[in-house]
Design a protein around this ligand. Structure first.
Ligand code: SF4
Ligand code: SF4
Ligand code: SF4
Length: 759
């Protein structure tokens, strides 16, 4: 991923943008954090935070004219937050001694500030902290200028003196009763004619960004550029001038990177859809009491986007948000030597695209993570472990043991080819047979059948080499059948064929069944309410969503929509191979989805059905409605394990070959043999560890043939290992009286045993 592309993607995520209040505040007070502290009753932390931005928080909190307020999102639901009143409350409430201000080591430059109003004093404060020698010249007998007029009863002279004492504490020199001439201060390296200062500067042209005048070293405040007095704009003027003077004295660009200063338009999106109105609490005459302030701060919405994180458990699980994830991913790709910390982040995404649907900027983290996987594989830096099991399963589905491509009986080619997908064949092979028969009976006699995998796992894993191999093999078979139109039951297959073989005509099984008016074998049950889970790979197929709903309604069921459905549906955790890369997050994804409704779910992807069922959710596949006599009990049909899924594919091929062609598969083509016994509790552990019966069979066969095994003389238990692909499998087993084996345990890891090496 090049830097340029990275930057473009990062910029799409606006979560880091300041909320509207902070953006509109001329000095960008972090209002969100401020209200957060106050809402928790931590006024000291609130004041500490204010002091990071405001030089004189008590003064400003008392008289701020709040340009931020009119931008507050709360204005849409109960009225804007009383931000200045909260600042004042924390300035007067916090029991915190004035902090010691850090002043940088002295620099040999002197700055004159002409005018002791808020702008001049802010510039003096900022420049002194940077180590400059600063002198404030004020014509009147006290500092503060207009603040003494606008402060009224809210701001007593004692309060003003107390707050401005910080200037003396940090070493700012003040000359009162001194009318300095801004053009004639030869002892100073720079001069700031502060807002409101006379001194002869008012007719000078002033640069509105830098406040530089045409005269070398002379800067003039922003009040010259506006009519009305604004306390907070005066502070901002002083700060802007201080930045310019510092740059001028350091001889660096006055204009570079100044776009972030002053009031700005926020680019942060905040979803106000579910915000309930709440009005401000009544305010005591002297401002908010502690309780009132806490109550008011609690009305703050803590504006942020995170639309994608709210709907995606995977994004939430890694503790941050896309902007940061993109940077982490880029760093991960850039590491030449050392540990790649973000492999789990890259491999766990289900690539479902929901984030792009809800993001106001359309950022698709799925495509970011898919690209990252491909780059890492291209660089040979992706450990093979994460997706290995799923890829081997794909290869098995396309092996001689379970793959098949035949025309309709008695034909050499076909007009249509039913492609049920490898997971439907694994989950409900009898439904594949029944559907194929139904298609030939009610749709067209010229429908062939192809069993196999479309290559989606290779696509998700970023294995373009394997994907190409699968698609090439498919194309050969497809041409052999006369390039028929595909009838697809699985939305993931549809997506793969549309994306990579657009020349192949496809139609969804569900559209075909809708049009052919297929009728269920069981009586309709209007009272049976079903919530439809749309598979994520069908996200953008509105026609398919409609077909499914028409079929279900025609069958006589009542549909209740889930909160996230159709285009905004969620993934079941199988997409992107999340289930294999991060089982913990995958379970949480499923758990979150199945808790959305107590109704039975109905879906049209067998993997979604099986994964929901595996976590105890009553869930139906659409074909259950069509073919099952007892639909209600089918809702709790167990999810077949990984070994059983392979076995189902093998047996499906056998039955179809025998039934339609009379061909009988030899046992060699069917690798799996029931030659050992696995107790249910051991089987459950093997499922979690992705260890197949076939893996165990090979380990035992190897051990028994070669004698390479360890036998525990006390228990009689045997331990053996065998490396299959990149994984080493270990099996503990015992012989049974009947000559078969009983499996006690099995585990696997990606370690190679090198024999004969002595330490
Ligand atoms: S939805 Fe997510 S990716 Fe999009 S802007 Fe918001 S936080 Fe960023
Ligand atoms: S609700 Fe809070 S964070 Fe949002 S704009 Fe208003 S003050 Fe700022
Ligand atoms: S799992 Fe889906 S919603 Fe979440 S980041 Fe990946 S593509 Fe986006």
């Amino acid at each position: 991923m090049e830097q340029e592309k990275l930057r473009r993607l990062e910029e799409k995520c606006i979560q880091d943008c300041a909320p509207p209040c902070t953006a509109a505040c001329p000095v960008h007070v972090d209002v969100r954090s401020l209200t957060g502290h106050i809402a928790r009753g931590d006024f000291s932390a609130a004041l500490k935070l204010l002091r990071k931005t405001l030089p004189f928080p008590t003064i400003i909190g008392s008289i701020c004219d709040q340009p931020c307020r009119s931008h507050c999102n709360r204005s849409l639901a109960g009225g804007s937050i009383e931000i200045a009143a909260l600042e004042r409350a924390c300035a007067f409430t916090a029991d915190t001694p004035a902090p010691k201000i850090l002043v940088l080591p002295a620099r040999d430059k002197r700055v004159a500030i002409v005018g002791g109003g808020l702008g001049g004093l802010t510039a003096a404060f900022d420049l002194r902290k940077k180590g400059y020698a600063v002198t404030v010249f004020e014509a009147a007998g006290s500092l503060g200028g207009s603040i003494r007029k606008v402060g009224g009863e809210r701001l007593t002279p004692e309060c003003i003196e107390g707050e401005l004492a910080v200037l003396e504490a940090i070493g700012v020199e003040v000359e009162l009763h001194t009318k300095a001439d801004v053009f004639n201060l030869p002892d100073f390296d720079a001069v700031f004619a502060a807002p409101g200062a006379a001194g002869g500067s008012q007719y000078l042209p002033v640069d509105p960004i830098t406040y530089a005048t045409a005269r070398e070293g002379l800067f003039a405040g922003g009040s010259l550029l506006r009519d009305a007095y604004s306390p907070i704009l005066s502070v901002a003027d002083g700060r802007r001038a201080a930045i310019s003077i510092d740059r001028y004295l350091q001889n660096v660009s006055l204009t570079a990177s100044r776009a972030g200063e002053g009031s700005l338009q926020s680019c942060l999106y905040t979803n106000m859809g579910s915000v309930k109105p709440a009005i401000a609490p009544p305010r005591s005459p002297n401002g908010f009491t502690i309780q009132e302030a806490v109550q008011e701060a609690d009305r703050c919405l803590q504006c942020e986007c995170l639309e994608c994180v709210k709907v995606c458990r995977y994004l939430e699980a890694f503790g941050s948000y896309p902007n940061k994830y993109i940077r982490e991913t880029y760093n991960n790709l850039s590491i030449v030597m050392g540990v790649r910390q973000s492999n789990a982040l890259i491999n766990s995404c289900s690539l479902c695209g929901l984030c792009a649907e809800v993001c106001p900027k359309g950022l698709d983290m799925g495509s970011v993570m898919s690209d990252a996987r491909r780059i890492m594989i291209g660089q040979k830096r992706m450990p093979p472990s994460a997706h290995d099991f799923a890829l081997r399963d794909m290869l098995f589905a396309n092996s001689d043991a379970s793959a098949l491509c035949i025309p309709a009986p008695g034909k050499d080619s076909c007009e249509y080819l039913f492609f049920p997908g490898c997971q439907l064949s694994a989950s409900a092979p009898e439904h594949v047979e029944k559907t194929y028969a139904l298609l030939r009976d009610t749709f067209s006699a010229d429908v062939g059948l192809m069993l196999g995998c479309c290559g989606a796992p290779a696509d998700w894993a970023g294995r373009d080499d394997l994907l190409k191999q699968v698609l090439d093999d498919f194309s050969v078979q497809h041409r052999r059948m006369g390039s028929p139109r595909l009838i697809l039951a699985c939305p993931s297959c549809s997506r793969v064929f549309r994306r990579y073989l657009p020349e192949v005509e496809t139609v969804s099984l569900w559209e075909v069944l809708e049009k052919s008016g297929a009728a269920p074998v069981a009586a309709p049950a209007r009272e049976h309410v079903l919530s439809i889970h749309d598979p994520c790979s069908a996200r953008n197929d509105g026609r398919l969503h409609e077909s499914v709903r028409i079929i279900v309604t025609n069958f006589g069921y009542t549909i209740k929509e889930l909160p996230l459905s159709r285009q905004k549906t969620t993934c079941c955790s199988y997409g992107g191979l999340m289930w294999f890369a991060n089982a913990k997050v995958a379970r949480e994804v499923i758990d979150r989805r199945i808790r959305e409704s107590g109704d039975d779910y109905l879906t049209y992807c067998s993997m979604c059905r099986d994964l929901f069922a595996s976590q105890g959710k009553r869930c139906l596949h659409l074909l259950d409605l069509l073919f099952e006599n007892d639909v209600s009990s089918s809702s709790s049909r167990a999810c077949p394990g990984w070994s059983q899924r392979r076995e189902n594919r093998v047996q499906l091929k056998r039955r179809i070959l025998t039934k339609l062609t009379g061909e009988v598969m030899t046992d060699d083509a069917c690798e799996h043999q029931q030659e050992f016994f696995i107790a249910a509790d051991v089987q459950a552990v093997l499922e979690q560890r992705f260890i197949l019966a076939e893996d165990i069979r090979q380990v035992i066969a190897q051990a028994e043939q070669t004698g390479r095994k360890l036998v525990n003389p006390e228990t009689g238990s045997t331990l053996a290992y065998h490396k299959l692909g990149c994984v080493t499998y270990w099996v503990e087993y015992s012989s049974t009286p009947g000559g078969a084996f009983s499996i006690n345990n099995a585990y696997s890891h990606r370690m190679e045993i090198i024999e004969g090496v002595k330490s």
